[in-house]
Ligand binder design. Structure first.
Ligand SMILES: Nc1nc2c(ncn2[C@@H]2O[C@H](COP(=O)(O)OP(=O)(O)O)[C@@H](O)[C@H]2O)c(=O)[nH]1
Ligand SMILES: [Mg+2]
Length: 440
């Protein structure tokens, strides 16, 4: 799933991540690439349009954060839009307390995976300490009841079945009574499907729904059918009313369009994804994780997030001004060290920046050394911090002693500071992003 999409997005991410400047032309070109990729992945046209429009709009309006490469900020925007598309937050099932029954109704077309998924969910709930009862209410397909019985044995879940029954509504009523009497806390109803959506199916489902008063109405949609799955979801939502979707066959080699369109088109969240034929193959659907996977770039996103949390916008702007007017002092340098620390371990931070870690010498990512450098600056007087040029040999000796380091270390720090100053001046000129406090 998503292989091709991931390839395209990885390319886009690679192109953007190094960019020190994002022009309107970059934005146009990128959203055009995204558009093509999404359409090719069979994402609904309306969804694609909305996606690229919002992404471009946000990218144009974004304030450039000092300390973060604009390219990376743009990637973060794409990522966030993608998370939105997939459903924002992970949606849990509504599960009620132990003294009452939670009823979960499964629906969907024939072969979409209802029966298998019902059993998978029962197994999952059992592992979470619940006591589910499976109900065989598919009386249309001859072997359906037997199929559920087999799955019930496999998952050690009791199955409510009625030999020779004709009316699924009465089967469901009896099952509910049984569940109440024997303290099952979750009742999972498997229903029949059809080759395609028809009146009979919808009427039967509506009757079952009326009798079961379900807490969850889950549509099992086959991811392999792409756009068709989206249309089906929309139809079921309109006729029956859903609380969520389970996307089955997520393990298949499909283009992912269904996953990316369903939430926007039918308005209901994907709650689980079926990831294989085995009974354990059901996973909660995490929009965040899947978006990162599609973009192949979870690391950049967490980097930008971390920086956004840490760098106060005002601070950043003040710094930008300083960089531009080259009044960047040792005191600012010290601030930057502190900020880096706040952002977490320097090493882990740098490892998240593609292409950067390789360029750094070991001494640059030595955190111990960073502490020494902080100590050196702390041993300077405010006047010295303001104007590094006055720090001659005598002062260097004093600072070395005060900070418990050596004159050599003080010399090195000053050299590095000069280099950083230079680099920042350059970066400020083209509004480029350098990591705050990155010694050259
Ligand atoms: N690979 C894969 N196959 C699945 C998945 N879910 C269901 N299937 C298969 O799809 C077929 C139809 O499933 P079934 O539960 O009988 O569908 P139903 O007619 O909707 O009840 C079966 O062969 C299942 O093994 C899944 O997540 N991945
Ligand atoms: Mg079935």
């Amino acid at each position: 799933m998503f292989d091709k999409l991931t390839n395209t997005f990885s390319d886009i991410v690679r192109q953007l991540s190094g960019k020190a400047k994002i022009s309107d032309k970059n934005i146009e070109e990128t959203v055009e690439q995204i558009k093509m990729a999404l359409l090719e992945a069979d994402v609904n046209l309306r969804v694609v349009r909305r996606f690229v429009n919002r992404t471009a709009e946000e990218a144009r309006g974004e304030k450039i954060l000092t300390g973060i490469a604009p390219g990376q900020q743009f990637i973060k925007i794409i990522h966030d839009r993608m998370v939105d598309l997939l459903g924002d937050e992970k949606q849990d099932l509504v599960l009620k307390g132990p003294d009452t029954q939670t009823v979960i109704l499964f629906c969907g077309l024939q072969g979409s995976g209802k029966t298998t998924t019902a059993a998978k969910l029962a197994l999952r709930l059992k592992k979470n300490g619940r006591r589910p009862l499976l109900v065989a209410a598919d009386l249309v397909r001859p072997a359906a009841v037997e199929q559920l019985a087999v799955l019930g044995r496999q998952t050690e879940t009791e199955v409510w079945r009625e030999e020779g029954a004709k009316n699924p509504v009465s089967v469901v009523r009896n099952a509910l009574a049984h569940a109440g009497k024997f303290q099952f806390d979750t009742v999972i109803v498997d229903t029949s499907g059809r080759q395609q959506i028809d009146e009979d199916l919808m009427n039967e489902l509506l009757k079952i729904k009326e009798a079961a008063r379900p807490d969850e109405v889950l549509l099992v949609a086959d991811a392999m059918t792409g756009q068709n799955a989206v249309d089906i979801a929309k139809a079921f939502e309109e006729k029956i009313g859903l609380t969520g979707v389970i996307l089955s066959k997520f393990d298949s080699d499909t283009r992912g369009g269904a996953a990316l369109s369903i939430k926007s088109i039918c308005g209901k969240p994907i709650k689980f994804a079926g990831t294989g034929e085995k009974i354990e193959d059901l996973e909660p659907f995490y929009p965040e994780r899947i978006a990162s996977r599609i973009l192949g770039m979870g690391d950049i996103v967490s980097l930008v997030e971390k920086a956004q949390q840490t760098i106060n916008q005002q601070e950043a702007e003040a710094l930008q001004l300083k960089m531009e007017s080259s009044t960047f002092t040792l005191a600012d340098f010290l601030d930057q060290f502190k900020r880096m620390r706040k952002m977490g371990s320097l090493k882990s931070l740098l490892e998240m920046v593609p292409g950067l870690s390789g360029q750094l010498r070991e001494e640059d990512i030595n955190e111990n050394e960073m502490k020494h450098q902080e100590a050196i600056i702390l041993s300077m007087t405010p006047v010295e911090r303001d104007n590094y040029r006055i720090i001659g040999p005598t002062r260097r000796k004093r600072i070395a002693r005060g900070s418990g380091t050596s004159v050599f270390a003080v010399n090195q720090l000053l050299k590095r500071f000069e280099k950083a100053r230079l680099m920042m001046k350059k970066a400020a000129k083209n509004k480029g992003g350098v990591l705050p406090g990155m010694p050259g």
